[in-house]
Design a protein around this ligand. Sequence first.
Ligand SMILES: Nc1ncnc2c1ncn2[C@@H]1O[C@H](COP(=O)(O)OP(=O)(O)O)[C@@H](O)[C@H]1O
Ligand SMILES: Nc1ccn([C@H]2C[C@H](O)[C@@H](COP(=O)(O)OP(=O)(O)O)O2)c(=O)n1
Length: 220
Amino acid sequence: MIVKINGIVTIDGVAASGKSSVASGVARALEIPYLSSGLLYRAATWAALENGLTFDTPEAGRSLTALLGSWKEGGQPLTLRPLAGGNQIWQGDHDLTELLHTAQIDAQVSAAAVLPELRGWVNAELQAVTPPFLAEGRDMGSTVFPQAEYKFYLYATPRVRAERRVLERQQDLESVEAALKLRDERDARQSAPAPDAVRIDTGGGTLPEIIAQVMGHLSS
Ligand SMILES: Nc1ncnc2c1ncn2[C@@H]1O[C@H](COP(=O)(O)OP(=O)(O)O)[C@@H](O)[C@H]1O
Ligand SMILES: Nc1ccn([C@H]2C[C@H](O)[C@@H](COP(=O)(O)OP(=O)(O)O)O2)c(=O)n1
């Protein structure tokens, strides 16, 4: 069945629950772009680390958004490119994407993501996009797009998620699982599912099966 979406679909969930993969597959099937909010947080974290900014001072959020604002004024803004093959983040004409999925960024991004000024910057970037689109992250359905017509929340056990993530990181399974559990705790404040989100345990199926499950809800 052809599904036509004119508004917003949100897919939220914990780290390595399958958000990006499911979002990419569903967005491709719907022929709409998908926006990775996490990539914006990762890029802002990278920007801070590159410029010697820390996240543990009262002015940390203002300093970070001032840096991002100065890049925009200088014609070198951080820009999310929601390409069908996967989101990219560019700073001016430099593609940063490959620098953002590392253990170092994983270890620092939660500290950046709790800064209210950075959350405001990311949310403004996302809310400036014209629907239809799919947005994935932690709080897309609960906070950023509460009006979304379809909301999903993905989850899986830490072990299942670690077994998936370990293939992408140069770390052992125990370290990856511990890091995921730590990030779950650090991200908890913004990671509660929207009350009206459809919750899906992605440990219960293959990636194509989960995508089909989401498509089934969208076409019902
Ligand atoms: N249902 C699934 N079964 C098996 N592997 C999956 C499933 N969903 C996602 N994956 C794989 O798990 C890894 C993490 O998925 P990803 O989409 O990056 O998660 P997130 O965006 O939530 O961090 C990727 O390698 C992806 O291919
Ligand atoms: N909407 C969002 C998206 C991500 N974040 C934070 C929390 C996450 O630890 C980081 C990185 O998000 P990302 O989705 O890239 O992380 P995972 O792919 O789930 O490992 O950003 C957030 O606070 N709010």
